[in-house]
Design a protein. Sequence first.
Length: 507
Amino acid sequence: MSFNLATILTESALAAPDAPVCRFAGITTTYAELDEQSGRVAAGFRSAGLSPGQVVALQLPNIQPFLIAYFGALKAGLVVLPLNPLLMAPELEYHLTDSAAAMLIGFEGIHAEAVKACEITGVPLYLLSMGSGPLPDGTRSALELFSPAPLDEPGGDVTPRDPDDTAVLVYTSGTTGKPKGAELTHFQLYMNSTVAGGLFGVRSDDVVLAVLPFFHVFGLSSVVNVFIRHGGCLSILPRFTPGAVLDAIEADRCTVIGGVPTMLHALAQQDITGRDLSALRVAVSGGASLPEDIMRTFEDKFGIEVLEGYGMTETASSCSFNRPGDRKVLSIGKPLWGVQMRVADAQGRHLPPGREHVGEILIRGHNVMKGYLGRPEATAETLRDGWLHSGDLGFVDEDGFYFIVDRAKDLVIRGGYNVYPREIEEVLYAHPAILEAAVIGKPDQRLGEEVVAVVALRPGESATAEEIIAYTRERLAAYKYPREIRFMAELPKGPSGKILKTALRDG
């Protein structure tokens, strides 16, 4: 049996060649055009001497050429390694070396660090250029990979792959040591795009806001793959700014928003008076827990339902989701079709339903990665007894809805009591003066750990640490409320918009 993830593009192009696949910077690209362009790049990869199974790194922002390179690499049977354009040279050197990348495709204007890394590693660097000037020494034009030769068939030749072959290599955030490359297979990514798309009722006339980074598993798997699999259109934005997002939603008649809580929070603060956002039908939230206050504010303003879900890099972004008309606020929903989840104690024993039975979330099914590239011990630690151990703590209720209470590593143990930061953050987000909040633990000689809240206030609002502590003390048990409040103008965030607690702990 052979299967290539690029089939999601070739089949959609066959079904509706003239339908729009994306809109970017005022230009619309059709499915037939993307299929043909990616086929030429696939031929270019082969002409450059690359063989199936080799790794091609893409260090590109959210732009239309990302899609050409992505599907071109897949068609050529290569493994795609998407990388954050903001990585510094030592970080790039690590990723290129660890993955044994055969080529890096970068973007002129944000290429300085890539040049340094490629000089050290010897990896060829091809640059996408928007200008006509000379390229930096030692680099080549990505246009060289665009084969001018006639294609034997529409969309070019697609290299057969085994369904369990690695299609995409996504590195974890590295919060517990060096980043590890999660190997996501052709079949795993296909199933995520098919099952998740069916769950949300994705249609060929849908237009999704594509502002989540394509180098992140959420943006790549749950936005790009899902909507191309179902023949939809991507409204592509290189970065998140609330005004530009609202402009795109209005101009492109977006029907679906895919985002993380900080994005929905920012949009909920905007004045949308006079805007025609009537095409919107649903918003999808993932990547981090969505506070109830933010969800309610967003839904009231935009008049659409927010469906929250749960996933991780190792599960191609999706494990569970709330369904349209079948959801519970604060829940991550029920497992996707073909996916099993359960809650287990420290010994791996199954725990019964009930919020009093908090344990680690375990997952198995078609969505689970093949393993970590070149790390058999880390793979064996995460994939045990047929289950992926998520490191997330939660419980399941009698109706089968799962709830995350926190990351195991974020748990604060104060005086022997388990304190779940998310519960405290829910209270803080309901405070009228607080815009952003994160709760962490700090070492305490007497109690083991003490609870600390880091907050950013809304513009024009004021609140003292004493006032915030008093507010939480009225709403939380004595062992839970924070004893220390730290103020920041803005909380640090990762590339997907998730608040970085590791930076807060290290600061």
